[in-house]
Design a protein around this ligand. Structure first.
Ligand code: WTA
Length: 699
């Protein structure tokens, strides 16, 4: 294990932090909210204190129905691969569907809202979900030949067939790996290959911003590319957006491609029992970006993950079965897995799924949906809030909906944006939780407890019960709690929602998340293994945390994680490109967007390179990764050992102070690049946000 790779920073000055943050006033939940809240017991934090660890998590486990109850809460013998609820047998599909039938079979499990406004929302009851999950599970078993432990890749948009597919997999113990629908076929292929999936499940097409997107074509690219990588896909199962009609222009491949809606007839009305699986068997993989080009398949367990998703949904999302809950995330990301599908359905809620873009066809769309379905819990990301605010700052008041609870997740939210969310979207009636967590963590790490802890705009709040953060400096020294000094935020203890490993790469799991602050690599004691989140943070005197952004080479674009290395590798596939460097630029709506710098090989013409770089990034990753600018530079600023100084490029892209560059191998290039990007006139430099000010800084 090497120390300190892939993480930088922790050396922020108070002044840098002060640029963004001042202490905000508390805002308290209303008596009406408190009166109906699921958790009003302020002692919960004490109950989940380290003295009661890990036994405290029995409260979460007991929200689920177990086929056989577990005997060991936490097994650390394979540290740092933690096992929770060992000896327990359980099925996630049973917990999210079957067990609700007795009481709630006629209640909507899912409200699907198609993007075209002339298509009415569809309510799928728990009974109907049960029927569809059973039929499709049988198709997975009998037509696709899948069984417990097999991986299957899903590349599906926001349609109810997606949770049906996930729950059908879960019913049989098939490990699903859903790839965000907006990712390209090539990006999907990498994930098919890494997970070893021989079955791909997709859809013919879907609506986005008023256009029907032919999605099946991506499956063909994915299968072809996966084959070149060495993974054969022998079956592609294609759902139809309009059952009975195929809307894709792509050709069907005989023997390989199957139209799900045709094949389902053979399974009509049939049932298959949920398989009782070991609590620590994997439920799904969720790929996320890392510091190298290769995405990491975060492996989540059945028992621990589901207990944590259910518990946090109950206490922090304040979900009751009678609530109509709308999380606007895409199920292709972890937020959708935990807080559209598994958490809410485990609690028998009605979960809303919206196919399209919340500002299409106009800025009132989201609020019309909220009014029509009488949504009372709303969940989205700062990017979307900024977008909705820009498109229609006064729209919410025009619609008759009332939220009791709202969530912000995915990036830091500016206090000004928070206030608009609170006053205008929430109409001053709804409480807000700012939930900080990650793909790896399965569920929330920090948030205020909605009924018992006041909100503070711009702060994620204290840690949630059972999570014990610690902030370290670069040298592994603990920064005193509540001191307002920035550092690398870690979690001292394991928790049930934490991922189990990186699929097929335990070494990378240990290296990335534990090596930096591990006290003894041989230890079987969880106290020796703090989990490195990869975020910078500080804790105020009142115990509330402020998340300052990533400390590694990851850019958070509109709440989605992109590895700079992934973009750089894509740019380097262009023949003319000699070197590529990607840095984050502040964007008013999306938080951060990537700027790409490329230098060319000698004797190559750069005329088309800008367009080529944009195109190759879109095809290898997807449109979400589209760069703001592509700068073609004569050379990269480099250290004497030849390392590209991304920090200097980030300063140029964001008009920050470039600092002293005289120790570089080629200091003159810096001014050349600056002029190219900013123009001849010197522009007044600004102070940058923490993640950008130290981006690419080796500390
Ligand atoms: C960032 C999304 C500030 C953070 C659930 C984290 C946040 C990364 C917040 C994980 C928040 C998430 N405030 N920053 N409330 N929530 N982040 O894996 O940098 O897509 O490490 O999971 O998003 O992104 P991921």
């Amino acid at each position: 294990m090497s120390k300190g790779k892939g993480t930088k920073g922790g050396k922020l000055s108070e002044a840098q932090i002060a640029v963004h943050w001042k202490e905000e006033e508390y805002i308290h939940p209303s008596p009406q909210f408190i009166a109906q809240a699921n958790m009003t017991d302020a002692d919960v934090h004490e109950r989940f204190g380290l003295d009661n660890f890990p036994g405290c998590f029995k409260e979460y486990a007991d929200l689920l129905t177990w086929d056989s109850y577990w005997h060991t809460m936490l097994d650390t013998s394979d540290a740092p691969c933690w096992k929770w609820f060992v000896g327990g047998r359980i099925n996630a599909s049973y917990n999210c569907v079957d067990r609700h039938l007795a009481k709630y079979k006629n209640k909507a499990a899912i409200h699907f809202v198609p993007e075209p406004e002339n298509e009415a929302p569809q309510a799928i009851t728990y009974q109907e979900l049960y029927v569809r999950v059973n039929e499709f599970a049988l198709m997975l078993r009998d037509l696709a030949g899948l069984k417990a432990g097999d991986r299957v890749t899903l590349h599906m948009p926001m349609v109810p067939e997606l949770p049906v597919t996930m729950l059908a997999c879960a019913r049989l113990g098939i490990i699903h790996s859903e790839v965000f629908g907006g990712f390209s076929g090539q990006a999907c292929a990498d994930r098919i290959h890494d997970s070893g999936s021989r079955v791909l499940i997709t859809m013919d097409g879907y609506y986005r911003s008023g256009k029907f997107i032919d999605h099946k074509a991506n499956a063909d690219i994915a299968v072809e590319t996966a084959k070149k990588l060495g993974q054969k896909v022998d079956k592609v199962l294609i759902w139809q957006r309009y059952p009975g009609e195929t809307r894709s222009q792509a050709k069907m491949v005989k023997g390989r491609d199957h139209i799900v809606n045709d094949e389902l007839a053979a399974f009509a009305g049939k049932r298959v029992d949920p398989v009782p699986l070991a609590a620590e068997d994997p439920l799904f993989l969720m790929y996320t970006s890392g510091t190298t080009g290769k995405p990491k398949g975060c492996q989540h367990s059945i028992g621990g993950y589901l207990a944590y998703a259910a518990g946090t949904s109950k206490f922090f999302q304040d979900i009751h079965p009678e609530d109509v809950y709308w999380c606007m995330a895409d199920i292709g990301w972890i937020t959708g897995h935990s807080y559209i599908v598994y958490g809410p359905l485990a609690l028998a809620a009605s979960s809303v799924m919206f196919e399209g873009v919340p500002t299409y066809p106009d800025a009132g769309r989201a609020w019309r949906i909220a009014e029509r379905l009488d949504v009372n819990i709303f969940h989205t990301a700062p990017t979307t809030i900024r977008m909705l605010r820009k498109a229609g700052p006064d729209e919410p008041a025009k619609y008759d909906y009332h939220f009791k609870h709202m969530t912000t997740v995915g990036e830091p939210i500016e206090p000004e944006v928070w206030r608009w969310y609170y006053e205008v979207v929430g109409k001053g009636e709804a409480i807000i939780v700012d939930t900080w967590w990650q793909t790896e963590t399965g569920g929330f790490l920090c948030s205020t407890m909605p009924a018992t802890q006041p909100m503070k705009p711009g702060s994620t709040g204290p840690a949630v019960p059972g999570i014990h953060p610690v902030i370290y400096d670069e040298d592994g020294k603990e920064i005193p709690a509540g001191s307002g000094t920035a550092g690398n935020i870690c979690i001292r203890n394991p928790w049930p929602g934490a991922f189990q490993t990186i699929w097929g790469d335990r070494e990378r799991y240990v290296e990335t998340y534990y090596a930096k602050y591990c006290k003894d690599p041989k230890s079987k004691d969880w106290r020796d293994w703090p989990y490195l989140t990869g975020d910078g943070a500080m804790q105020s005197e009142d115990g509330y945390y402020r998340i300052l952004g990533r400390i590694d080479d990851i850019i958070n674009v509109a709440g989605h994680r992109l590895g700079t290395k992934e973009l750089e590798s894509a740019a380097l596939t262009i023949e003319a490109v000699a070197e590529a460097a990607v840095v984050p630029v502040v964007d008013e709506l999306k938080g951060r967007v990537p700027d790409v710098y490329v230098s060319l090989k000698p004797d190559f013409d750069g005329a088309k390179v800008g367009d080529q770089v944009v195109k190759v990034i879109e095809t290898t990753i997807g449109k979400i990764a589209r760069p703001k600018h592509v700068h073609i530079v004569p050379d990269m600023p480099k250290t004497r050992s030849g390392k590209i100084m991304r920090r200097v490029l980030a300063a140029i892209s964001n008009t920050l102070d470039i600092g002293d560059v005289m120790t570089l191998a080629n200091p003159d290039v810096v001014e050349e690049v600056r002029v190219l990007v900013q123009g001849k006139e010197k522009v007044a430099v600004k102070k940058g946000p923490a993640d950008i000010a130290r981006f690419g800084d080796d500390g």
